[in-house]
Design a protein around this ligand. Sequence first.
Ligand SMILES: Cc1cc2nc3c(=O)[nH]c(=O)nc-3n(C[C@H](O)[C@H](O)[C@H](O)COP(=O)(O)OP(=O)(O)OC[C@H]3O[C@@H](n4cnc5c(N)ncnc54)[C@H](O)[C@@H]3O)c2cc1C
Length: 618
Amino acid sequence: MKRTGCAVVGGGPAGMMLGLLLARAGVQVTVLEKHGDFLRDFRGDTVHASTVRLIDELGLGEGFRNLPQSRLTRVAFPIPGAGLVTLGDFTSLKPPYNYIAMMPQWDFLNFLATEAAREPSFTLLMEHEATALIYDGGTVAGVRYRTRRGSQGGSGPGGEGADGELYADLVVATDGRHSVLRRAAGLQPKEYPVPFDTWWFKLLRHASEKGAVAGIVPAFRGSEAMIALFRDDYYQMGYLGPKGSDTRIRAEGVERFRERVAALRPDLADRVDAIRTLDDLHWLDVRLDRLRRWYVDGLLCIGDAAHAMSPAGGVGINLAIQDAVAAADRLAPVLLRGRAQVKDLAAVQRRRRLPTVVLQTVQRIMHRAVFVPLFAGRMTGPPPVLLFFVRHAPVVRRLLPRLIAFGPRPEHAPAFARATKLDPMTSPTDTAVDAAAARARLLELIKELAVVRGKVILSSGAEADYYIDLRRITLHHEASKLVGQVMLSLVDDAGIDFECAGGLTMGADPVGTAVMHAAVDAGRTVDAFVVRKAQKSYGMGRQVEGPSVDGRNVLVLEDTSTTGGSALTAVEGVRKAGGNVVAVAVIVDRDTGAKEKIEAETGVPYLFAFGKDELGLS
Ligand SMILES: Cc1cc2nc3c(=O)[nH]c(=O)nc-3n(C[C@H](O)[C@H](O)[C@H](O)COP(=O)(O)OP(=O)(O)OC[C@H]3O[C@@H](n4cnc5c(N)ncnc54)[C@H](O)[C@@H]3O)c2cc1C
């Protein structure tokens, strides 16, 4: 009987990344891919900034940058009469993660496969198509597969394909939008209507055009749109037409299709003869759906198998990879010990559901605002309201490139998978396997140790029925570490990057050091700092102590806030010292208006880990 720790079905972006990460943790992992190579054309090509950062964290940056690629530095739409209007300018992001890499997906998947193959516990079985699940009682215990003729892993007696079985502690379905395994498990996605389909084809690229333009160029006309991706020696073209029109397009014949292409891109009209027959046209049924539950006992679905993404915004590959990182982070330590429990699988869904919902909602809005009017022949570009915000609202101009390049809740490489590896059984990520568990324990401790009931006068002068003494938490032998983990994941979940953490002495001091240690445990570089209540009049006359915050992204912390005064003093001190404050975060918010005041006066988000309702104080 063949057996592995984790059977990953599908060698797309989600499956290959998961295979690499689990193998780096030492988990026995087997990836089954039904095709014989990754050389399938007409796949998405985008490698987003958060994935480039992940590749660097894995120590693979040099090899990745050696792959043929171009850089997309902005997303723009051609507007009649207004030229190209930029929707997202990635150069406004912090280098070196201020672009989207465009590379053929097969190069990227080959690269991941090569790196994974260096790990002794990794196996890749090409031409192995999973056909069914194996059950042991009510639990998924493995997969049945069929090999192609003559492929590795055994062919039948006459050289024909053969059936086989692979047992595993966990099966992960990364088999894409038409997932066989999720269907076999009885998991039914909720479908959202998509107004268009895509037809992919190739057009020649003249030598003189080589390297001329990087990225995606969309074109709109009447009720049609088209995008062009730049390949080494050809253009990969995607024709976007109303859903359900494949039969009509084919009935109209190849000449009519050539005319459509020439009308949409007159600059490419000289080469439309390259579309010889309509067999050169590959129809892609675009879907947008999401599973309510991503798992059953023994099986987890991630990537498009859990949530098929539309090409709108080109975020599906990145999201699939982020799912893989979150899954590896939570499941590697568990799989090294044995089977993953349902609660472990639920933790992965909990972590990844929110970013999926956010991005799918944005895609649905794009469908309604751009594609529905387009296919009704009412629009030839992005809606005016979007353009207005992009042009006139600085916050939209700042947030849009960040949302596209990093997505909500970007993931970082688990410590065990980084260039300098830590043992997942003993590394700090083990205790952080379930951030929810850390949060739940911290809440217990706050309720038990820090909440003091009775009439008290607060430092702000206000009177209250209770007092929360968070020093009893931030200086507590067990709670201090939890404070670091909880605050770090609070800020990570908000998609905010920072390099320094601290605040006004002394409430913020232990919070800053706890966050610093949690970040360092996760393999990141974060310094702490202390803001004095007033600038020193002696020595170097500094108000902000510790490694310099000048020119760095700073997270201002506080244990709790009533009027917001301490945090505001800290923000002012940091800004005077040249720091770029990116957020204010507190452990407990007392719902006394601090959030509104701080956000209004500083212009940065105010985050809190616990509200007073959660502490039973409302
Ligand atoms: C037209 C179109 C264009 C897109 N363009 C972009 C883009 O530019 N950028 C972007 O980020 N996203 C894009 N997307 C979305 C993106 O392609 C997906 O979200 C992403 O590829 C999902 O990755 P995945 O690993 O979950 O699944 P997939 O990439 O679908 O990979 C699934 C893998 O599983 C294999 N497989 C399937 N069934 C089995 C089986 N039974 N046994 C074994 N192996 C199996 C498949 O061969 C495949 O290799 C686009 C989507 C569409 C429809």
